[in-house]
Design a protein around this ligand. Sequence first.
Ligand code: C5P
Length: 226
Amino acid sequence: MPADFVIAIDGPAGSGKSSTARAVARALSLAHLDSGALYRAVTLAALRRGVPIEEGRLHALSQSGAIRLVLKNDEFVPTLGGVDVSTDVRSEAVTADVSAVAAMPLVRDWVNGELRRAARQHNRGVVVDGRDIGTVVFPDARLKVFLTAEVSERARRRAIQDGGSLESADIHALGEVIAARDDADSTRAVAPLRPAPDAVVIDTTAISFAAQVEQIAGLARRVHVD
Ligand code: C5P
């Protein structure tokens, strides 16, 4: 596949974008690039360094060179001060603040530049997941997929992933947190979460992980051959 081969996978929180994108990348020998991890890395850097969540301050922080994407075994990982923070960026504190950070246009411009630079580094191509990858970051992506699933199912999957409780009251509470983040991401002024007009929309509520990965990998093979 050519170096500029990009597959965009967008969707709401807990839709399985990142794990799907990683598996599709592996199946096709492409690299995986998780754009949310970069918004999370900016948020983590602000929390650790006591930088207020203000656009000017976060723009300066993002441009300081402290946050970088590094390619490791076909996975772009976020680093802070040269240290891999791919686990740290998943903390609850980061999750609570990340949507506010991601709503800032200057932060988005910086993230988008980093994503495009990273994509050019890989000689076979990348599978990029996020909210605006097919609409804004890579509008010429060869394949655009939008993953959805019912909120309750997304909450259940998130609980399993995080080793949390599967009691229905807990799943319901987690679903409310996920729905609030969907709302923040879908209603913001800049690059709101929505499918690109030419995206293939896949509802994964009732299909297995393996089936959705195979469906996307199959679509990718087809656009590559065409
Ligand atoms: O995908 P993940 O949950 O890690 O993304 C964290 C947050 O980053 C999202 O809730 C969203 O606010 C933001 N984001 C974004 N655009 C992207 C990827 C993530 O606004 N392309």
